[in-house]
Design a protein around this ligand. Structure first.
Ligand SMILES: C[S@@+](CC[C@H](N)C(=O)[O-])C[C@H]1O[C@@H](n2cnc3c(N)ncnc32)[C@H](O)[C@@H]1O
Length: 272
């Protein structure tokens, strides 16, 4: 896989990735350590390695970070080896490996997904992962990233690693109510979303207030609007069809902080 790895490390993924079976090439010890570091794995995490080989990533997550998890691997001999490795590492109570195709795996319990696969399989997995993983789930890809989905972080430490945080689905129409210094205000706004990138604005009588510095980090959302010649900085958390948080208005010692809440009026299909 050496030549393919080099190609993937440079581009992240190739446009017309050929459908090549993914060989068994174990991650190096450094790559395992850096993948788990990049994902910020902790004891509450459920770590799922797609194409888990001898189980080293999930076993290290359990052994060194107290996490639990499972691996999905198509080769039954590797599954047996991984379960034996977990037993020898003393983590078999928190870690299991299953003989299955990754496309058939139930990944909905994962809070962290790792994968060291080739681009063709990664592209097939992308819609499944976006549909099934909870917003905020971290995905770390080794050498081969997703086509068209910009990573939230890219790290090169001996190998190239990509971090993706599954974004909340926010595309569509929303109605927001906020307490601002001038009183309670209601804005109807629309968000356009492509993965973690969002843009949009609020319709107001006689005009439109664009959202500035809008961004999404998993379930956390941030944007600013300028209304009545004042800027208002919103940050909050998305809970499905509701988002809420705090809005800061004003400067320095004159700054005020208040609550805001928005409810979804209609959803639009997220692009990507
Ligand atoms: C490059 S190895 C990585 C192994 C391990 N994740 C690691 O980093 O050490 C890729 C693994 O994916 C497995 N694999 C390939 N295609 C698969 C599929 N469709 N479903 C499940 N496993 C697959 C291979 O058998 C191989 O063990």
């Amino acid at each position: 896989m050496a030549a393919l790895v080099l190609c993937g490390a440079v581009s992240g993924a190739s446009a017309a990735a050929p459908d090549i079976p993914v060989p068994y090439i174990p991650s190096t010890e450094v790559a395992v350590e850096e993948m788990l570091r990049l994902a910020g794995v902790g004891r509450d995490d459920v770590v799922v390695d797609l194409g888990s080989g001898d189980g080293r990533i999930v076993i290290a997550a359990a052994r060194y970070f107290g996490a639990s998890g499972f691996g999905i691997e198509i080769a039954p001999d590797l599954v047996a080896l991984a379960n034996e490795n977990a037993r020898q590492a003393g983590v078999a109570d928190r870690v299991r490996f299953y003989a299955r195709d990754v496309m058939q795996a139930d990944v909905s319990r994962a809070t962290v997904v790792t994968m060291y696969l080739l681009s063709s399989l990664i592209e097939k997995l992308k819609p499944k992962l976006l549909a099934e993983l909870k917003p905020g789930t971290r995905i770390v890809a080794h050498d081969f990233g997703f086509e068209g989905w910009p990573p939230d972080r890219k790290v090169i430490i001996s190998k190239t690693l990509f971090l993706y945080v599954v974004p909340a689905r926010v595309a569509g129409q929303w109605r927001l109510t906020a307490i601002l210094p001038g009183g309670t205000r209601t804005y109807d706004f629309e968000l356009i979303q492509q993965y973690q990138r969002i843009s949009g604005g609020a319709r107001v009588p006689g005009g439109y207030l664009p959202f500035f510095e809008a961004r999404l980090d998993g379930t956390r959302i941030y944007f600013a609007i300028v209304d009545d010649e004042r800027s208002h900085h919103f940050e909050g958390t998305v809970y499905g069809d509701v988002m809420e948080g705090t809005v800061r208005s004003g400067i320095g010692s004159a700054q005020t902080e208040n609550r805001w809440r928005a409810e979804r009026l209609a959803a639009r299909r997220a692009q990507g």
